[in-house]
Design a protein around this ligand. Structure first.
Ligand code: SF4
Length: 371
């Protein structure tokens, strides 16, 4: 495939892995932030190409995985409001709430619709003026600009029956939360290239300096990941801690100013609850005062008031996995009671979740013995 094959070239990959092997003299723990990177690492066996001294742990970069259970319960409660159309990306349907998921709510009659863009939800609102349409706005800095644009357009066009359930999170505060934990093991970060394509990477320099940790902006293909790992390990071995950009074909230091402007127009930064990580100061987005009318939690405050409090599934260690403290194989439920057909935690549901990646590509590891 043109423009793709060069980033999946096995000969080039082996050469970079060899360079890392020659460079590495001590054990290092590296964390990739993005769930897309996690899947590439496990799918292509990048971690198995590295010297044993390098351990890759998987960070909280899957938006589905970090959406708190309370938001899922709120989404289900909204979807059950009579005549309301609830729009979501497809990967949210199977994420377990405290008692059910959106998929089962749909099976029970709730009008839950899968959309591919927030603008699809906005169009649905325009076509159904007699019905309320709510869009589930989740994700990191990558999805937030498009969602902000839909809200901006709803206000500009005067579409009163459109609103959003917001659960947007920001990457840098989550990195700081991991680094400031007493249990932290992470010594170097592969930062998510697509987040930085929007936001740039200037905000990473203070984190790198404060925690004396290398941060390398990295892409998603095998060659990207191996180059990113090489750059992090080279810094660690040389005693440096800087921000470097491996993903130069997509990322500049200042990012995308147009996308940043629409974020500032619609959202303000707020304290945010993360599934598995708890509440983190200044780590999320909420609608600002001018767009308050489009907040579904405010619009349907009365309908949401009576719902029961959420309870996280016991036994699920996804919070520890998202902090790089444990791996999916460490979970007793992995591939026993928890698998994609019966996910107990969000990291098994999402295509980007670490548990789903290990289940898809590594679940037979250790189970097959040679004759
Ligand atoms: S395997 Fe299932 S129960 Fe275990 S951590 Fe992953 S999602 Fe949670």
């Amino acid at each position: 495939m043109k423009f793709m094959a060069e980033y999946r070239d096995p000969v080039r990959a082996a050469k970079i892995a060899d360079s890392i092997r020659r460079l590495c003299t001590r054990p290092w723990v590296l964390m990739e932030i993005c769930g897309g990177q996690t899947h590439s690492i496990i799918r292509y066996g990048i971690d198995q190409m590295l010297p044993d001294r390098i351990e890759l742990v998987h960070g909280p970069g899957c938006p589905v995985c970090v959406t708190p259970i309370e938001k899922i319960d709120c989404a289900i409660a909204l979807a059950k409001i009579p005549d309301l159309i609830f729009c979501t990306f497809g990967d949210m349907l199977r994420v377990p709430g405290s008692r059910q998921d959106l998929f089962s709510a749909k099976a029970q009659g709730a009008d839950v619709r899968i959309v591919y863009s927030p603008m699809d939800a906005l169009q649905l609102a325009e076509k159904n003026p007699g019905r309320e349409v709510v869009f589930f706005a989740i994700g990191f800095e990558t999805t937030a600009p498009a969602n902000a644009m839909a809200i901006y357009m709803a206000r500009k066009k005067g579409i009163p029956n459109f609103s959003v359930l917001v659960s947007h999170v920001l990457v840098p505060p989550a990195m700081e939360s991991i680094l400031s934990s007493a249990e932290n093991r992470v010594q170097g970060f592969l930062a998510a290239g697509h987040v930085c394509a929007v936001m740039g990477y200037n905000e990473y320099a203070p984190i790198s300096a404060k925690y004396r940790i290398p941060i390398v902006i990295t892409g998603f293909e095998p060659i990207d990941l191996l180059e990113g790992i090489f750059l992090v390990v080279r810094q660690l071995e040389q005693g440096r801690f800087e921000v470097e950009n491996q993903y130069t074909r997509a990322v500049s230091a200042d990012g995308n100013p147009v996308a940043q402007d629409i974020l500032k127009e619609v959202f303000v930064i707020t304290k945010k609850e993360w599934r598995g990580l708890g509440a983190i100061e200044a780590s999320g987005l909420k609608l600002n005062e001018a767009y308050r009318n489009f907040d579904a939690e405010i619009r349907f405050e009365d309908e949401l008031a009576g719902r029961e409090l959420s309870a996280s599934p016991i036994n699920c260690i996804s919070g520890l996995i998202l902090q790089g403290i444990r791996k999916p194989h460490d979970c007793e439920a992995f591939d026993k009671v928890c698998h994609p057909d019966n996910p107990l935690g969000a990291t098994m549901v999402s295509n980007e979740g670490a548990c789903a990646a290990y289940w898809k590509y590594r679940r037979f590891e250790g189970k097959i013995t040679e004759k």
